[in-house]
Ligand binder design. Sequence first.
Ligand code: ATR
Length: 265
Amino acid sequence: MKKYSVIGNPLDHSLSPKIHNYWFRENKINAIYNKETLLDKDLENFIKKIKDKKIHGANVTVPFKEKIIKFIDILSKEAKDANSVNTIYMSNNNIIGHNTDIAGFYLSLKSENINLKDQNILILGAGGVTPSIILGLRMMRVKKIIVTNRTKEKALKLKERFSYIDVSEWGEVVKANSIINTTSVGLKNTDKIQLDESLFKSDTFFYDVIYNPRETNFIKKARNKGCVVQNGLMMFINQAAEAFKAWHNVMPNIDRKLIEFLQND
Ligand code: ATR
């Protein structure tokens, strides 16, 4: 039986085992998917287990998506561009590091028929997932990407890599057709992101990469103003599907039944 894992810390809320084990059953693949809560010092040994074929593939989540890179033999173009690895496997005795978050984000909007082409986009946050969102937005040919972060230096660091982005002050009101939350604010039900009221216009699209809780205060407020909103569940599902395809060469099904199964926790 083949073994797969998600590594991260903390992992309590990860839905990766649930979705991959579901697709194993559906596609009659004899494999099991577990979660492993690791520390930085465990990463090298974990990669060794993949080299020794004790583990056949892994997903990587917070806080290891960048830290794992030094143990990878070959990075895919997406992983290199985002400087972030969320999917690992072996190919020709090399450890391959891939990024499916970019495609996951891009496909999550396509699946909901949201088209951001030629739009001005405001991104909140400059953390680990933000480069993948920036690259996904570029694929969508948006007009302008403005990044704002509580710690401005981190947004400016992103600008060094993605010269085409603009950086605005945290709390500054900018003109945006869509606002995307990539911060971790909202993971706790009591979390509230401080945003100027004037940003909540009914024709603005709001997206939160967080999917658990299903509705952050950010999304709730936008929905109450009549805005179109989306949480991170379809991004999660699509990044998982792309990882599944990379490992098993099979594109798994994404349908209502799967979404309901994931939401039933
Ligand atoms: P990392 O910063 O280590 O990459 P992350 O979880 O990927 O961690 O990113 C957390 C993001 O949420 C960052 O943009 C962070 O802002 P800072 O860079 O200023 O820390 C943002 N964040 C976390 N708590 C926040 C808060 N209370 N208010 C505003 N932004 C917050």
